[in-house]
Design a protein around this ligand. Structure first.
Ligand SMILES: Nc1ncnc2c1ncn2[C@@H]1O[C@H](COP(=O)(O)OP(=O)(O)OP(=O)(O)O)[C@@H](O)[C@H]1O
Ligand SMILES: [Mg+2]
Length: 184
């Protein structure tokens, strides 16, 4: 679906179609976008069964095979559970950051690190690719970066995207562990 959306988007950018056909094209892109959203909304069973670290590691493996880019996954600290909502959020953000890195960065290496610290889980997705100016892409119609920011905001995660042209891009996510209820 990503490839189909990309291909149709290129035709739209080329601006070679008549107005009615452009309308049909835009409708088709919208249909693909909502189908992609539906797929994303189905929560991955590996997350519920094996936890965030295993789920993220699995995404890295599958994208590594498909994209032929070296994706290094590392975990630091002993894993503990966040709320289901928080874990799904972190998982989706990693997925989108990896998608973007694979699609646009031209990197030869992508690193995904998850650190289970005493007060928060820190997730970093970084690539050594071409980088970009975030301000410049804001009005280009993509929704991935906006979605990552919104998802993080909805569960009070710290989210930062740092990109340096010709050096690469790094996404940092900090997921607070939350207060442990004392029962005495
Ligand atoms: N890791 C990256 N390296 C280089 N460029 C990037 C990277 N991540 C994002 N970009 C640039 O930022 C743009 C916006 O990304 P965003 O995820 O918001 O939208 P998209 O990927 O184009 O579309 P969508 O995510 O909605 O399918 C991309 O089109 C690309 O130009
Ligand atoms: Mg994207």
């Amino acid at each position: 679906m990503t490839a189909a959306k990309f291909a149709l988007g290129s035709i739209r950018t080329a601006n070679v179609l008549s107005k009615p056909l452009m309308g049909v094209l835009s409708d088709s892109i919208d249909v693909i976008k909502s189908a992609m959203q539906e797929v994303r909304d189905i929560s991955p069973s590996v997350l519920a069964d094996y936890g965030l670290s295993a789920a993220v590691s699995k995404v890295c493996d599958s994208m590594d095979d498909y994209q032929a880019i070296y994706i290094e996954y590392t975990q630091a600290g002993v894993e503990y559970k966040l709320s289901t909502e928080a874990e799904i959020c972190a998982y989706r953000i990693v997925q989108e950051a990896l998608n973007n890195a694979c699609k646009y960065s031209h990197a030869d290496k992508i690193k995904v690190q998850i650190s289970f610290k005493s007060k928060e889980v820190m997730v970093i997705v970084s690539d050594n690719g071409i980088g970009f100016y975030p301000e410049e892409v804001k009005h280009q119609g993509g929704s991935g970066i906006l979605n990552m920011e919104e998802r993080a905001g909805a569960v009070d995660f710290f989210f930062d995207l740092h990109s340096i042209p010709r050096k690469g891009t790094e996404i940092t996510l900090k997921c607070p562990r939350g207060l442990v209820k004392r029962t005495y």
